[in-house]
Each structure stands twice: as structure tokens, then as C-alpha cells.
Unconditional design. Structure first.
Length: 170
């Protein structure tokens, strides 16, 4: 159980990347359109082969599991007195702590028009960003030279909370 009394700010975001949702919904509808009729033929005169039944069942399962998985994915951010805590549910079992002592600079980040989206999936996989596909967030520069981007809908509030926590620890 986490200690909620020293949390200065918290934010939770859901997966909202529209093109990914469009692909997942297309997969879901096509799985129902192509998979369900095959399974309903089991009770009819022409029963499908076992391979078709298994393939249809897997296709239907994927079609229903993907949207549920996307609904479960959440980016949780907490600013506590001792640092910034980040967790991507259900992929991380606990929060990753970025200590305030390791933090050199913290500023707002917004993707420019022609700039590559550094809050995108490629950077998230390489552990340079914590993002679910947004274009705004905060840029953390650590004392060891590493830069981490964290997606946020309210980056100014996170920065203010980090400054408040830093002043308490100073």
C-alpha cells in the first residue's frame, strides 16, 4: 500500500492514440465479421474443420482482448517529497523512482510541428520516454547526462510540484 500523505501531485492517463485505436477497432470488427459465422456453423449441417474453428476462436479472442488491454493501460505519475514516481500499468509492477537529488533540470516539452515525436513508442521502448502517444510533457535532465521525457496533460503542475518538493528537501 502506498503512502498517500506525501504525494504532492498525481496524474493518470489512458491510452488515447487515435490511429492505434482505429486499427484495434478494425481488428475487433473484422474478427466478429469473419470469426463468428464460422463458429455458428458448428451447429448447422456443414460443420467446419477443427482448424477453422480454432483459427476463428483465436481471431475472436484477439479481437476482444486488444481493446480491453488498451483500456487497461495507464500511465501513472506521482510527485512525492523525495522524487518523481512513474508507472505504466500493467507493464510495470511498481513505480520507477527518479530521485530529486539526481535531477538537474526539469522543463516543459511540447512537440514542434516538424519535429519527430520524441514521446512516441520508439522512445518509450528504449526507456527514454514514458508516453502513451501524446505530444506534451516534461523533459527531465539528470545529473548523469541522461534525458527522460514524460508525457503529461498538465506539465506545469508537475514542474511546480517538483519545485515544491525540491524546496522542502533543500
Amino acid at each position: 500500500m502506498e503512502n498517500t500523505e506525501n504525494i504532492l501531485y498525481r496524474e493518470a492517463q489512458t491510452f488515447s492514440h487515435s490511429s492505434v485505436w482505429l486499427v484495434v477497432l478494425c481488428i475487433t470488427f473484422s474478427s466478429v465479421y469473419f470469426g463468428l459465422p464460422q463458429l455458428f456453423e458448428i451447429a448447422g449441417d456443414r460443420s467446419p474443420t477443427t482448424t477453422i474453428v480454432v483459427a476463428s476462436s483465436i481471431f475472436l479472442a484477439i479481437g476482444f482482448i486488444l481493446p480491453v488491454l488498451l483500456l487497461m493501460i495507464k500511465l501513472r505519475i506521482q510527485v512525492r517529497n523525495d522524487g518523481l514516481y512513474i508507472r505504466v500499468v500493467p507493464f510495470q509492477s511498481s513505480f520507477k523512482k527518479i530521485s530529486l537529488a539526481d535531477l538537474q533540470d526539469c522543463k516543459s516539452y511540447e512537440q514542434q510541428e516538424k519535429e519527430e515525436n520524441k514521446l512516441g513508442l520508439r522512445y518509450a521502448i528504449s526507456k527514454k520516454a514514458y508516453s502513451l502517444g501524446g505530444k506534451r510533457g516534461i523533459k527531465l535532465e539528470l545529473k548523469n547526462g541522461q534525458t527522460i521525457l514524460v508525457e503529461s496533460k498538465r506539465p506545469e503542475k508537475i514542474i511546480q510540484a517538483i519545485k515544491t518538493a525540491s524546496s522542502k528537501n533543500a
